[in-house]
Design a protein around this ligand. Structure first.
Ligand SMILES: Cc1cc2nc3c(=O)[nH]c(=O)nc-3n(C[C@H](O)[C@H](O)[C@H](O)COP(=O)(O)OP(=O)(O)OC[C@H]3O[C@@H](n4cnc5c(N)ncnc54)[C@H](O)[C@@H]3O)c2cc1C
Length: 444
């Protein structure tokens, strides 16, 4: 008799949700998490007397699986929505970019290209089918249909910022998923985004508490270092000197880490990841009036300026203004190996271009967070690379970010793929709603 019925590797949102569903169905569950706390990319730190995510995190009105989980955990009343603002920094100027009126006022592009932009966005967000668009490179499509003006001013910088050297490989299918997500979270011209009172730590603390009450064993600082196989099956999981056994095993860690685990029967070599760095400024003045600003001019080390306190009031952070400077990077780029101080220097010096009044004495504190596994590189026909949740090893299952396609990876989609994986393992997941997202339809 194995000591646990399910062993989960990785205590991010995917692993935690799978543990919740399995425990609810009566399984004896253990989670092995490598770092010293659960939560993975959702983790938070203290700033201005409150908690804040290392990487900006909001959710969308249509995130059905997340709403379900918040309700299950009894914290649905902690979630709220607020209208947010979007902008573009282009030709040295900040432009609001929230709806048709702002589009008309967007000087860098002529009226003909604006009409094309409007029509192509609606087409991608509301009509286009991702399946038939998997082999089409997004940028090429935009140049052809949205025109050079808007592609150069908006789409190309956006894709460069998000995918770096992979920008030209991104399939239109991804863009369709992304635009559908953003357009569906709108009410008229307003985009409403969700957040949780007390930060996402409220969710992490509550699920951890609930899991412990349900008898789930959570082992932090327990990185999985090896598999012990017995013929075709997994017999044990090793973490340094300790070993753990179970009837079934669910892997939720990023695929690029498989190669570091001895005797790991999973091959993650065809899935690439890219990184993200968020430099968080705690300021005594506001940088701009916009929540989410895409930087579309050349020569900036960051691509997004996300002023969190234009979403959540500064009073929650002892009147500090909080700004994320965000940049995704490929492992071959300098950012991947830069030290924290080098990153701070690189990010802060161009801020005067965004706001000429900015001065370094606005800065109370600077924090830098970096991850090498911000997202998978979903290139052309990525659905062919999405691994099967049921692996070649009969008692080994896999659910991670590689299963979140063609949608943008998100917490909601982590919950969804965790539920799909549980279903594959024979665990009843009828209680989980099936939202609008496409994730969880491939590989399961
Ligand atoms: C910059 C950025 C912004 C984002 N913004 C949003 C947003 O606005 N809204 C949203 O919904 N989502 C957002 N996300 C995405 C969201 O954070 C992720 O989709 C989600 O948290 C992924 O959860 P996961 O469990 O799949 O992976 P992870 O969070 O990566 O968890 C994997 C876990 O496995 C552990 N692990 C790794 N190796 C081992 C090992 N050998 N043994 C044991 N454990 C191991 C890790 O320590 C980690 O805790 C953002 C992500 C980034 C990077």
């Amino acid at each position: 008799m194995k000591s646990k019925s399910l062993l989960i590797i990785g205590g991010g949102m995917t692993g935690l949700t799978a543990a919740y569903l399995a425990a609810k169905a009566g399984k004896q569950v253990i989670i092995l998490e490598g770092s010293d706390k659960i939560g993975g990319l959702l983790n938070t730190f203290e700033i201005g007397g409150n908690q804040l995510e290392h990487y900006y995190h909001h959710f969308f009105t249509q995130d059905a699986e997340l709403h379900w989980l918040l309700k299950e955990l009894g914290i649905a009343d902690k979630a709220f929505y607020k209208k947010t603002t979007m902008g573009v920094f282009r030709n040295g100027k900040i432009y609001n970019f929230n709806g048709p009126l702002d589009l008309l006022k967007f000087k860098p592009v002529n009226i003909f290209d604006k009409v094309r932009f409007g029509l192509t966005s609606i087409y991608l967000g509301k009509i286009a089918k991702w399946r038939s668009s998997e082999g089409i490179p997004t940028l090429e499509w935009f140049y052809k249909w949205a025109g050079k003006g808007m592609t150069d001013a908006l789409w190309k910088p956006m894709l460069n910022i998000k995918f770096g050297p992979y920008a030209s490989k991104v399939p239109l299918a991804w863009m369709i998923g992304r635009l559908a997500q953003r357009l569906n979270s709108r009410k008229g011209a307003d985009e409403r985004l969700g957040y949780i009172d007390g930060s996402w730590k409220t969710l992490l603390d509550t699920i951890q508490q609930k899991l412990m009450e349900m008898g789930v064993e959570i082992r932090t600082s327990t990185p999985v270092t090896a598999f012990k196989m017995n013929g075709k099956e997994v017999e044990k999981i090793i973490s340094n000197e300790e070993s753990f056994d179970a009837e079934d095993y669910l892997v939720t860690i990023p695929s690029i880490y498989f190669k570091n685990i001895k005797n790991c029967p999973l091959d993650g070599s065809n899935i690439e990841y890219f990184g993200a760095v968020c430099t968080i400024l705690e300021l005594n003045k506001s940088l701009s009036s916009i929540y989410w600003m895409n930087v579309a001019d050349e020569g900036f080390p960051f691509g997004g300026v996300i002023e969190h306190t234009n979403f959540i009031p500064k009073e929650k952070y002892q009147d500090s203004h909080i700004v994320y400077l965000s940049r995704y990077f490929a492992m071959s780029e300098d950012l991947a190996s830069m030290t924290e101080n080098e990153i701070k220097e690189t990010m802060i010096s161009p801020l005067k271009r965004i706001n000429p009044e900015f001065s370094e004495d606005w800065i109370k504190n600077v924090f830098v967070f970096k991850t090498n596994t911000a997202a998978t590189v979903c290139d052309l026909n990525f659905s062919e690379k999405v691994p099967e949740c049921k692996t070649q090893t009969p008692n080994l299952f896999l659910a991670n970010m590689a299963h979140i396609y063609p949608d943008e990876r998100s917490t909601n989609n982590s919950i969804r793929v965790a539920a799909e994986a549980c279903k594959v393992m024979g665990i009843n997941t009828d209680l989980v709603p099936y939202g609008a997202s496409l994730s969880g339809q491939i590989g399961f």
